[in-house]
Design a protein around this ligand. Structure first.
Ligand SMILES: [Zn+2]
Length: 133
C-alpha cells in the first residue's frame, strides 16, 4: 500500500467519523426544533429556553439553559450547534461563541456541508413553504 493510499484511508476514516458525528448532532437539533415547534411558549419563559446538548456524543442528553435569542440566532446558521463547553470536539468544530454554561460551535470540513443538508429548517422550507421564523 502506497503512502498516498494510506493517507487517503486516514482521510476517509476521518470523514466517515465527521459524517457520523454530524448526523447525530443533526438528529438532536431536529429534536430541539420539534420541541420548539410544538410548544411556542418554550422560548418565552424568562427569555431562556431548555435544549438538549448538540454535541458529537449521540448518547449525551445533557440539558442546557440558554437565552432564547441565542437559540434563534444559532438556528439561522445550518452549520452551528449549541453544546456544553466541555463537549466540544476540536477536530470537527470550532467555538464561535462562549456563553459560560454553553458554547456555540461551527462545523468545519466535510461535516459542515452535511450539517447544511440535514438542516430541518431548510428541509421544512421545501416541504411546507415559507415558514417565517
Ligand atoms: Zn453533550
Amino acid at each position: 500500500m502506497s503512502a498516498q493510499s494510506v493517507a487517503n484511508e486516514i482521510d476517509n476514516a476521518e470523514e466517515v467519523r465527521a459524517r457520523l458525528y454530524v448526523r447525530g448532532q443533526a438528529l438532536i437539533r431536529e429534536v430541539n426544533e420539534q420541541i420548539h415547534r410544538l410548544d411556542p411558549e418554550w422560548t418565552s419563559e424568562g427569555g431562556r429556553c431548555s435544549i438538549i446538548c448538540e454535541c458529537v456524543n449521540s448518547e449525551c442528553l445533557a440539558a442546557l439553559q440558554i437565552p432564547s435569542q441565542v437559540y434563534a440566532a444559532v438556528r439561522r446558521f445550518p452549520t452551528r450547534f449549541v453544546l456544553a463547553p466541555e463537549h466540544v470536539a476540536d477536530a470537527f468544530e470550532r467555538v464561535v461563541e462562549d456563553g459560560g454554561n454553553y458554547v456555540v460551535v461551527e462545523k468545519i470540513g466535510a461535516a459542515a456541508g452535511l450539517a447544511v443538508r440535514l438542516d430541518p429548517r431548510r428541509i421544512g422550507a421545501v416541504n411546507d413553504g415559507n415558514r417565517a421564523g
